[in-house]
Design a protein around this ligand. Structure first.
Ligand code: AMP
Length: 998
């Protein structure tokens, strides 16, 4: 039975909620006024009817009311609903439901619920309806059903139920309503999902965002800064979209960029005359004093003309200008020291970083001609960066005119192009004491007296009226000084003890007073010669006798010397004080040869083979058999055919020199052949020998004409440099030191005789079969003609640069002290087994490096004591170098205590300055930063980086101007950095040869 009841919905109660802004509607049955055309099955179940809502708007509804029939199963399915981005779908149902109790005769069949289903599909599936494909969402019951009475009041209770489905995965779905025997009117079906709508929060825009699939899920969304805004550092803007479509939990923010400020949800440019220097600032500020801008959106203001901003000034501070000149400059002179004092400038330029700098100029008496004072002048506390208003300037020249300018500077002085403002004074210095007496030479050392001479000090600062020589016994406990005065630059100190070391110092005296003492000079008096003299101290009779005998001997020698001197132009040799005589001083060089060399009979000489080439001819080996003596091996130097008279003289000169020497470490001359060969000998000896030699070389027949030969002891192992290279690494340190000791002993002998070698080098040392080293290569022209190492220098003459002391290179000052320098190089050659000194550096680079104070590093495995001795030999001041006598003593001590020769580890790369102090090894640094740290100048790291000095190689090329251009204004720092750069440069030269351009 059909029960029809009014479902004219003209007047039911509906709260009529306004549509929620967070919802996106997928289906709203009320919004459609035409037929819905949902599928209803069976056909007599749900039926679509038209009605009016509470506003009398026509709506389409479905209703069913088969309450009387049992077993109802009426299905109603919506059209396909495309879900879009949604994951969580809301289904809102509005319906009315009839109370079964209010219906008569329906007991057992009437129901008060219906079921809600859905089916997910990717597209529409047609109009058939299969129950088993649907998923049940819920059984829907009415909160409020209505009765006939209600109807009577024309009011029906409208139920609203909302169900949520999801997460959904297909593109769309259907909803289905199953009625099992209720009386329902489905007034509206609304399907929607929720979304967080785009908003601007904290100057960031967040886009429309669909909520997550779960009730509790929050979707995190990144915000985008609005224009002219930027993300706050490490705080990017984020928000979270809740399942309810609400934005929650804002994190981070955007802020307006420099030059912009916030207005509402946007950034606006700062107005003219305003600036905002950083995004961190909230507001635009008015331009600070002496600055302006005439455009919008500025991050800073420009300085007015004549005003500046220092690099370190923030944009918020006023622009400033250089200070005015210091005021009230006053001075005080004390001899060669000037003190200046002043008051601060009237105008500090608006800054509080005012310091002062002093510029010193020395002027000729014409005021226009002034030159900078240079580095010899001292400033206390400093020349620039002065915080206090005074400075003392020292070490000025006496009696000189100076101008001092005192300038006040502040942080913007260097930016200003306006004229410098300074206070100035012109001053004439007064008298000063003389500078040091440093060049002292020992002229004559006796048992009880020492004669000294010296050079006038470099700055006498007046007329020197007297010198004072102070001396004391070196080993005396309580140092008692004695003094001697001299009006000239030499003096003899008497009454000294024999064999005693004394220390001497000299100072000069002028009207202005005494100068400072020069460096200490240590000299040991000679040993007492004979026992007679020792005992003579007790016996006056013996003294008289000894003096009388000695006097007679001296007299005899003087007379004899006088006669010979007239003939040979030079001095006499006294027994015990043998002195070398320069053969050049002989009028007739032939006489010199025969004075010092034995004429040999050529028949005693047997030439065996050619062993080398000398400057004047071949060098052969052979044997010498003198009558009544054993035959000995000899080297025979020959003079080549066609010689000139000068060549003959020069050739024999070596013999004249060598013949004067008699020492186990100096090559021994057997004699010379100058007078030709007798006929017998020709047949017996020379001819067969020559046939053996080289038949094609007809020159050898010159021997038959007027042969000239020098016969020398034979040195089996030839020259030392080649010998060491051949036996690289094969000797013990003791053996090497033994060789060095021999060479030093030979040189001590030569220097004691007053002979200066000038070409001491390993190539000029010969080695015999017992490893005994002997000094060789004598002769006056040999340095110039014979030595392939010798090159012409600017001072004229050829010099073997690598072996020669700087003073000999610079002004040809060849002395035993310059031989000591060369000896140091020989030590280095020996300890490095014949390595070339200064490797492949050019001669010019060697001279420069030496001048800059750098010395060869210790060869590999060289004991430090030996390297120290080398460094001592390479003292710039030749008076400071050890004497050969001392060198022999030191080496003897080392040989006696082999422990002192223990090899250190890794000395090769440790570099020593001329003073022997180890210095920073630049190979140990990887970066400019590390280097600056090591010299405690790391504060300038940024200055170096900003100027592009990124490698130590680039730093090594810097000049003082480059250093100053980095903005390093403190003179002390400039000097410290520059001196380290010079060291670095020299080390690089040592390590890489000519790798750095200097
Ligand atoms: P000199 O002209 O003195 O430089 O001699 C040329 C070369 O001859 C030297 O380099 C040595 O190899 C060799 N020589 C010179 N003198 C001797 C010697 N006394 N014993 C052995 N070889 C010598």
């Amino acid at each position: 039975m059909w029960i029809t009841f009014c479902l004219h919905l003209c007047c039911y109660v509906d709260s009529g909620e306004a549509q929620n802004a967070k919802e996106v509607i997928l289906l709203d049955s009320k919004a459609q006024q035409t037929e819905l055309e949902w599928i209803s099955y069976p056909p007599n179940g749900w039926e679509e009817i038209s009605g009016l809502d509470e506003n009398y708007t026509p709506i389409r509804t479905y209703q069913v009311c088969q309450v009387m029939e049992p077993n109802q199963n009426n299905w109603l399915r919506t059209n396909w609903i495309e879900k879009g981005n949604a994951q969580r779908i809301f289904v809102e149902l509005k319906f009315t439901l009839r109370d079964c109790n209010s219906l008569p005769g329906v007991v057992g069949t009437c129901k008060e619920t219906f079921n809600l289903y859905y089916q997910e599909t990717d597209s529409e599936v047609g109009r058939s309806l299969r129950e088993n494909q649907y998923v049940k969402i819920d059984t829907i019951a009415a909160d409020e059903s209505f009765t006939q009475g209600d109807l009577g009041e024309r009011k029906m209770k409208l139920n609203t139920e909302v169900r949520i489905i999801g997460p959904l995965s297909r593109r769309g779905f259907y909803l289905a309503f199953q009625d099992v025997g209720a009386c329902i009117a489905l007034v509206s079906v609304k399907v929607y999902y929720k979304k967080c709508w785009s908003i601007i929060e904290n100057l960031a825009t967040f886009p429309d965002t669909v909520t997550g699939s779960e009730f509790s899920s929050l979707v995190e969304v990144e915000g985008m800064c609005v224009s002219d805004a930027e993300e706050e550092a490490d705080n990017s803007p984020k928000m979270h979209c809740s399942a309810e479509g609400e934005w929650l939990v804002p994190i981070g923010k955007c802020i307006c960029k420099a030059g912009f400020h916030q207005k509402g949800d946007a950034c606006e440019p700062c107005g003219r005359g305003f600036y905002k220097s950083s995004s961190q600032d909230l507001q635009c500020s008015r331009c600070p004093a002496h600055s302006f801008n005439d455009r919008e959106g500025s991050w800073r203001c420009d300085c007015e003309d004549g005003y500046y901003r220092a690099l370190s000034d923030p944009p918020s501070v006023a622009c400033t200008r250089p200070p005015s000149a210091p005021q009230n400059l006053v001075y005080n002179i004390n001899q060669t020291t000037v003190s200046l004092e002043w008051s601060p400038p009237a105008d500090t330029g608006g800054r509080n970083d005012v310091t002062y700098r002093v510029i010193c100029r020395r002027c000729s008496w014409e005021p226009e001609e002034c030159v900078p004072c240079g580095p010899n002048v001292g400033y206390s506390p400093a020349q620039s960066g002065l915080v206090d208003t005074y400075v003392t300037i020292m070490d000025l020249l006496a009696h000189a005119n100076y101008t001092f300018e005192v300038e006040a500077v502040n942080g913007v002085s260097d930016l200003s192009r306006t004229q410098r403002l300074f206070a100035a004074v012109s001053i004439a210095t007064g008298q000063a004491a003389p500078s040091q007496v440093s060049e002292v030479i020992k002229e004559k050392v006796q048992q009880r007296s020492i004669q000294l001479s010296w050079q006038e000090p470099q700055q006498p600062n007046g007329v020197i009226t007297e010198y004072e020589i102070k001396y004391y016994e070196k080993d005396q406990k309580d140092r008692i000084y004695s003094t001697v005065r001299s009006k000239s630059t030499s003096a003899t100190v008497n009454n000294l003890k024999p064999s005693t070391a004394y220390v001497f110092q000299i100072r000069a005296f002028t009207e202005a007073g005494y100068g400072t003492y020069g460096p200490r000079l240590e000299i040991t008096t000679k040993e007492e010669a004979t026992a007679a003299i020792v005992s003579s101290e007790q016996n006056p009779v013996i003294i008289i006798a000894v003096v009388a005998v000695a006097g007679t001997i001296i007299l005899v020698f003087m007379v004899f010397g006088f006669i010979i001197g007239r003939r040979y132009a030079l001095a006499v040799k006294f027994p015990g004080t043998k002195t070398y005589i320069d053969p050049e001083t002989y009028e007739d060089p032939n006489r010199a040869v025969h004075q010092f060399a034995k004429e040999l009979d050529a028949s005693c000489i047997k030439i065996e083979r050619v062993i080398g080439a000398g400057e004047f001819g071949e060098v052969c080996s052979g044997r010498l058999k003198l009558p009544g003596k054993r035959d000995v091996s000899v080297a025979i130097k020959t003079l080549k055919v066609g010689y000139t008279e000068k060549q003959r003289r020069d050739f024999l000169c070596e013999a004249s020199i060598m013949g004067q020497f008699d020492h186990p470490n100096v090559v021994h001359l057997e004699g010379v052949v100058t007078r030709g060969i007798n006929t017998e000998m020709k047949a017996l000896t020379v001819k067969p020998m020559l046939m053996r030699l080289n038949n094609s070389n007809r020159d050898h027949w010159s021997i038959f004409r007027k042969p000239v030969m020098i016969v020398i002891e034979y040195m089996e192992n030839g020259s030392l440099d080649a010998f060491l290279r051949k036996h690289d690494g094969q000797f013990t340190v003791i053996q090497l030191v033994g060789m060095l000791r021999g060479i030093a002993a030979g040189m001590r002998y030569l220097s004691d005789m007053g002979y200066v070698h000038r070409d001491l080098a390993a190539r000029n040392i010969l080695v015999n079969s017992n490893l005994v080293c002997k000094v060789s290569d004598f002769g006056l022209s040999r340095v110039i003609d014979d030595d392939p190492e010798a090159v012409y220098t600017t001072t004229g003459g050829k010099i073997p640069v690598r072996w020669t002391a700087p003073e000999a290179i610079q002004y040809r000052k060849f002395t035993s002290a310059s031989d000591v320098w060369s000896y140091g190089i020989v030590m280095w050659e020996v300890m490095s087994y014949g390595e070339r000194p200064y490797w492949d550096m050019s001669n010019q680079d060697v001279i420069k490096a030496i001048e800059e104070g750098y010395r060869l590093p210790a060869p590999m495995d060289c004991p430090p004591g030996l390297h120290q001795l080398m460094l001592d030999c390479w003292q710039k001041d030749r008076a400071e170098r050890p004497k050969f006598d001392q060198i022999v003593g030191i080496l003897d001590k080392m040989i006696r205590n082999p422990n002192t020769l223990k090899t250190p580890v890794g000395t090769f790369l440790v570099l020593y300055s001329a003073e022997g102090t180890p210095e920073l090894n630049f190979t140990a640094f990887c970066s400019v930063g590390e280097w600056l740290e090591a010299i405690k100048m790391e504060r300038y790291r940024d200055n170096f980086t900003a100027a592009g000095y990124s490698s130590l190689e680039s730093v090594a090329r810097m000049s003082i101007e480059d250093v100053m251009s980095l903005g390093i204004t403190l003179v002390g720092h400039q000097k410290k950095i520059m001196s380290s750069i010079q060291t670095m440069r020299a080390q690089m030269l040592h390590l890489h040869g000519t790798g750095v351009q200097v």
